[in-house]
Ligand binder design. Structure first.
Ligand code: SIN
Length: 481
């Protein structure tokens, strides 16, 4: 087993560390080396049902804490996460492959949601509504929704948990976290820190499993789970939504994207290259908001491609634990095959490789720039989720907006221009939940994260994030003299 003081090899349910009832386990693999880091319980339907029972039993006492008491628990957890930043980041890099500097950044990013929602806990105000008759008083209060299940992805092993459970715990809801089988160790490490922070037994639960279908179905169909929040692919999001329909469970979905990145002829080209690099190669191209396709105006195309290619060629690829590395491996064989498939398809349809284009040892792939991209290529239509930057040429603003919007997805989009009128016009015309204008890094706890169309339902983070974990209750006081 790898050395890290935060490694826990049991699931966390009802304030205790437990194995699967079946005794089954699965291995957690380091994508950079293929080595087994640790072995954790492979929990099944009966185990997760038990976790739902204890969470539901913990709900009344937890929701009855004052908002300040819940906020204090969150603040304690936030501090413990930051106190353990280095060790958490190393663990994260080991299991998901992202480079250490990005893992350190993710610990800060993930912790920021806990801090934010600890503050928001005290501001879940209701309303007093002017009554429609003299003898009534109308009031709106907000209450915790009940047990929340969080199904989280491997690309942000910490932040996608805290972005979901932060508001749930702040609002008074117990949580069940189901981390992905690729990255359960960071999830267990922060469960250990939640235990140290003092959350009452049953309020914070983490169930490790490789049996996604079985456990996911129970979380969706069990009516004691009152809210499901999922980050992952659009295909799985649709499946979970259909399963939640059986009891009309409230659901938030943060799904796939196909982010366009447009460079107009009046853009600051150096800034655009910097933004493209930050967004495209963040976590090795494996985020839902990574640039997926670049459209560059004909007049600045050659300059942009040349500067982007120089920056990409200079990227250092290697084990994320090596502080010299700027890009790690892909998460697994499936991810690597997807990148190769998109690349082969593009090349067969006329794309040209300017930089990279080859797989390296193991799960590593060269950062790549492709040009001469056309809309019929898979890479222009679907998320590549890897370090390939496909560039297409355009000449007309209306045409590039049409191309950018011509997708079922609508998560993040980006464009660069120095013309303020164009900035407003294009920002309003892009059919996306988020738009980066002269900016490639848009994620923060203070702004609403989420998509339109098939990129999701709901928003996470920000002042809007709490409402998705609360129910509005209307109180009508009659007989007032
Ligand atoms: C994601 O890729 O799902 C999240 C990215 C982010 O929060 O910036």
């Amino acid at each position: 087993m790898a050395q890290n003081s935060l490694i826990r090899t049991q699931s966390y349910v009802n304030g205790t560390w437990v194995n699967a009832a079946s005794g089954e386990t699965f291995d957690v693999i380091d994508p950079a080396t293929g080595a087994v880091i640790a072995t954790v319980p492979d929990m099944g339907q009966a185990d997760v049902r038990e976790a739902i029972e204890v969470a539901n039993a913990a709900w009344p006492a937890y929701r009855d804490l004052t908002a300040k008491e819940r906020a204090n628990l969150l603040r304690k957890w936030f501090s413990l996460i930051l106190e353990n930043k280095e060790e958490l980041a190393r663990l994260m890099t080991m299991e998901c492959g992202k480079v250490l500097s990005e893992s350190l950044g993710e610990v800060d990013y993930g912790a920021s949601f806990i801090e934010w929602f600890a503050e928001e806990a005290k501001r879940t105000y209701g309303d007093v509504i002017p009554a429609n008759t003299k003898d009534k008083r109308l009031v709106v209060i907000k209450q915790s929704i009940g047990v929340v299940a969080a199904i989280t992805p491997w690309n942000f092993p910490l932040a996608m948990i805290t972005r979901k459970v932060g508001p749930a715990l702040a609002a008074g809801s117990p949580v069940i976290v189901k981390p992905p089988s690729e990255t359960p160790l960071t999830a267990l490490a922060i469960s250990h820190l939640a235990e140290k922070a003092g959350f009452p037994p049953g309020v914070y639960n983490t169930v490790t499993t490789s049996k996604n279908a079985e456990v996911g179905l129970e979380l969706c169909e069990n009516n004691k789970v009152r809210k499901l929040s999922f980050t992952g692919s659009t295909a799985i999001g649709k499946l979970l939504m259909s399963q939640c329909a059986s009891n009309l469970k409230k659901i938030s979905l943060e799904l796939g994207g196909n982010a366009p990145f447009i460079v107009f002829d009046d853009a600051d080209i150096n800034a655009a290259v910097k933004g493209a690099m930050a967004s495209k190669f963040r976590n090795n191209g494996q985020t839902c908001v990574c640039v997926n396709r670049l459209y560059v105006h004909d007049k600045v195309y050659d300059e942009f491609v040349s500067k982007l290619s120089d920056a990409v060629a200079a990227l250092r690829v290697g084990n994320g634990l090596d502080t010299n590395s700027q890009m790690g491996p892909l998460i697994n064989e499936k991810g690597l095959n997807k990148v190769k498939h998109h690349l082969d398809d593009a090349l067969s349809k006329g794309a040209k490789v300017i930089v990279g284009g080859h797989e390296m040892e193991g799960l590593f792939f060269q950062p790549t720039v492709l040009t001469d991209i056309t809309p019929d290529m898979i890479i222009a239509r679907e998320e590549v989720f890897g370090p390939v930057a496909p560039v297409a040429r355009f000449t007309d603003e209306q045409e590039v907006i049409r191309l950018a919007n011509n997708t079922p997805y609508g998560l993040a989009s980006y464009f660069y221009s120095k013309d303020i009128s164009r900035c407003w016009r294009v920002a309003e015309a892009l059919d996306y939940g988020m738009v980066g204008i002269n900016e490639g890094m848009i994620s923060t706890e203070v702004a609403p994260f989420g998509g339109v169309k098939e990129s999701g339902v709901g928003r996470e983070g920000s002042k809007y994030g709490m409402d998705y974990f609360m129910e509005i209750k209307y109180l009508c006081f009659g007989g007032i003299n």
